[in-house]
Design a protein around this ligand. Structure first.
Ligand code: NAD
Ligand code: IPM
Ligand code: MN
Length: 364
């Protein structure tokens, strides 16, 4: 039996509430498969930890995490600790230190998911966002000059390296080729006369290596409009760090809401652990009430299963999410239901159990 060592950083607000349900699902899937199991180690890092210890994680936190096969993270950030501290000292630090330069965010409208758009379904909203996750607008570079003076100026520098830009665009082309889908690049080359001109140039260069992949390029403003008006235009999408961040919240909104939006921070070389986390935050407005939707965290757990090579089991988890949405019986308030976070997790475990059980019976 293979053992996967998982570091759990449940984090702040609804983080621990949703991660608990994801762990339930992962344990059940492992048990039913019989091929592997998970060994979870919990790290108490986050804003509460910061208030007690003056830091978001241990000084050697990155060293501690290196030995794990993956990290499962809830959310980071809570009122009382400035966001730029909590995020830069934990979440963004892990993404950077572990060179998790690919952020994979599926935007798929499952049947039964609430959608604010009319006349669209599963066929129209079926995208895979590939967000650059290590540099760009999030390089953390800048300056704060003449603080407090009349001539005060702040600089926030975007950093687009050839290596960083090529590797994310190449990863996106590989993904589109494997899936037999088109690839759309998100740009703003009309106004960002360095970063996005460079981005466009590299996209064009690399596209020549993939003549079989249909390509599109949209300016980010137009892309936002088309994602709402004609989402069927987008299949695989590659975007810089900030554009990818913003467009995937928009994507979440059209595909059922933040409670359903999953993400994986991947280090493709597997030199370091990859990290799986829902794309929503700590949701202070609903934290502690037991009503957070755990389906995004569970979907992220399914991305972890796929990363470990269990594609069929990962698909089963997504099918189970679709089933719970279609049943409309056990859902949290954001999905127009009245159930609690843990009731949704329990129902997911039941659905998955019966799906995997049926499958076993069907095997010749
Ligand atoms: P948010 O995603 O936490 O919440 C936005 C809205 O979506 C809220 O109304 C919230 O109730 C709702 N929502 C989010 N997840 C939900 C779920 N699972 N079920 C039901 N409703 C859900 O974004 P925010 O309010 O802008 O940020 C709150 C804090 O989280 C900030 O400190 C921010 O920096 C941080 N944050 C962290 C991460 C992360 O750790 N990956 C991601 C985004 C934001
Ligand atoms: C996300 C979040 C983070 C990001 C924040 C919390 C730093 O919004 O994962 O989408 O911008 O990457
Ligand atoms: Mn975001």
């Amino acid at each position: 039996v293979k053992i996967f060592k998982i570091a759990v950083i449940a984090g702040d607000g609804i983080g621990p509430e949703v991660i608990r349900e994801g762990v339930k699902v992962l344990n059940k899937v492992a048990e039913l498969s019989g091929d592997f199991r998970f060994d979870f180690t919990y790290f108490p890092w986050g804003c509460e930890y910061y208030v007690k210890h003056g830091k978001m994680m241990d000084d050697d936190g990155i060293e501690q995490l290196k030995v794990f096969d993956a990290i499962y993270l809830g959310a980071v950030g809570y009122p009382g600790v400035p966001d730029h501290i909590s995020l830069w000292d934990l979440l963004l630090k892990i993404r950077k230190e572990f060179d998790q330069y690919v952020n994979i965010r599926p935007i798929q409208l499952l049947q039964g998911a609430p959608c604010p758009l009319k006349d669209v379904g599963k066929k129209e909203i079926d995208m895979l966002f590939i967000r650059e996750n290590s540099e760009g607008e999030y390089a953390g570079a800048g300056d704060w000059l003449f603080k407090g003076k009349a001539e005060e100026v702040v600089l926030q520098t975007g950093v687009f390296s050839r290596k960083g830009t090529e590797r994310i665009i190449r990863y996106a082309f590989e993904t589109a080729r494997k899936m037999g889908k088109s690839l759309t690049s998100i740009s703003k080359g009309n106004a960002l006369n360095y970063s996005m001109v460079f981005w466009d140039q590299i996209f064009n260069e690399i596209s020549k290596e993939y003549p079989d992949v249909e390509t599109h390029s949209y300016l980010v403003d137009a892309a936002s409009m088309f994602m709402v008006k004609q989402p069927e235009r987008f299949q695989v999408v590659v975007a810089s760090n900030l554009f990818g961040d913003i467009l995937t919240d928009l994507g979440a909104a059209i595909a059922g809401g933040m409670g359903l939006a999953a993400g994986a921070n991947i280090n493709p070389e597997r030199t370091y652990p990859s990290m799986f986390e829902p794309i929503h935050g700590s949701a202070p407005d609903i934290a502690g009430k037991g009503i957070a939707n755990p389906l995004a965290a569970i979907w992220s757990a399914s991305q972890m299963l796929e990363f470990f090579g269990y594609k069929a089991l990962a698909d089963t988890v997504i099918q189970a999410i679709e089933k719970i949405l279609q049943e409309k019986e056990v859902l949290t308030p954001d999905m127009n239901g009245t159930s609690s976070t843990s009731e949704v997790g329990d129902r997911m475990v039941d659905i998955i159990s019966s799906m995997l059980h049926d499958e076993r019976l069907e095997r010749p």
